[in-house]
Design a protein around this ligand. Sequence first.
Ligand code: ZN
Length: 455
Amino acid sequence: MIKQATWIKNPLAVWTGTEFSAPNGLVVCGDKIVELVTTPEPTSSYSKTMDATDCVIIPGLVNCHHHFYQTLTRALPAAANKPLFPWLESLYPVWANLDEQAIAVSTEVALSEMLLSGCTTASDHHYVFPPNLENAIDIQATVAKKMGMRVVLTRGSMSLGKSDGGLPPDSVVQTEQTILDDSQRLIDTWHQANDAPDDTSPMTQIALAPCSPFSVTKALMIETAALAQKNDVLLHTHLAETEDENQFCLDSYGVRPLDYLAEVGWLSNQTWLAHGIHFNAEEIKRLGDAGTGICHCPSSNMILASGICPVTDLEVAGSPVGLGVDGSASNDCSNLMQEVRQAFLMQRLRSGAEDITADRALKWGTQGGANLLRRNDIGSIEVGKQADLALFKLNELRFAGAGAPIDALVTCGAHRAEHVMVNGAWRVTDGQIIDLDLDALRQRQIDVAHRLVNQ
Ligand SMILES: [Zn+2]
């Protein structure tokens, strides 16, 4: 098949992930970036052009933590104004009603929100498997494929119910063997490994993700690490989100969360953790030495009043840091560009105005995320990398008179991309998702959410 080349021309600026480059845009051929144009015309051949007037081009954003299904329970009165544990206890019974239709529509909604915010790679952590919903991740993978979105779907799990000392009700936990068997099945069915011999880039990957210390048995953590190693897939979980969790680990396991993580064989560069807030200095050093990744979720951390992730300390120690919107019941939206701004603002409070710059925050949302997911083919704009791009048009009132384009994206509050390309294909043009009736999707989501909550 002959690959078509497109010259994306006349941008306001191109930010590669480290610098401003390519004043005359870039050329994409097939699924790859083939030229950053510094001459008046590209030196490579092209058959199409795309006008990027008034647009800032950045690498597609990479989201490292989400729970798509939670878009059905955002702003739920029963869960409002509560910290993590009571918030979860209010929501578990509602989530126990999830069915196939709920997973399909919430995945489509979450991915649509992500795309429109400039996100091209989305990770999800699905861990609620009521009876008859064993195919939840298969549904997610099918929807993502239809939408042309790059995804890392983590097979979440809960195996420690209330009757065994855990937090979730027994009705939503599974046996360890069921979880392990399904994890292997999903890897065999969906996982595309990095470095494919034909130079194609994985669009669907699977990682393994027991939910949290208070909802999963120690044996499952150990067995899951072994399964991940055998299949060369990544590990993901929530850790050090709240002081309540620290206390739970001390009471149940006699150790703090990081010691628990080490005990179960997870302290490695094959693991990335959601939140990572309540670590002490010695624990941060150990995380950095191991190269364990941290997904910072500032909006969720502020809504649940969980605390402030020590991002700069973790980076200095050697941990890669990326960003996540977290589930839409603790955010309550799926906008990664807004999350870049939240990270920028929240980390300034902790580390000061000079250390936390707009491009540092954007780097967490791009390369940082790619590093967490162990992907070296996305996260920056370079010749040979995948053509995952987000174009933001600075023609809204909020940008009028802005001086520096990257600072403008973050500080003026960019929140909706004009054009988005994933793996060389346009998925958003002129602010609209290709081939999607957004109003119809919105109505389906409202109907399912209403049914779910009122069952
Ligand atoms: Zn989460």
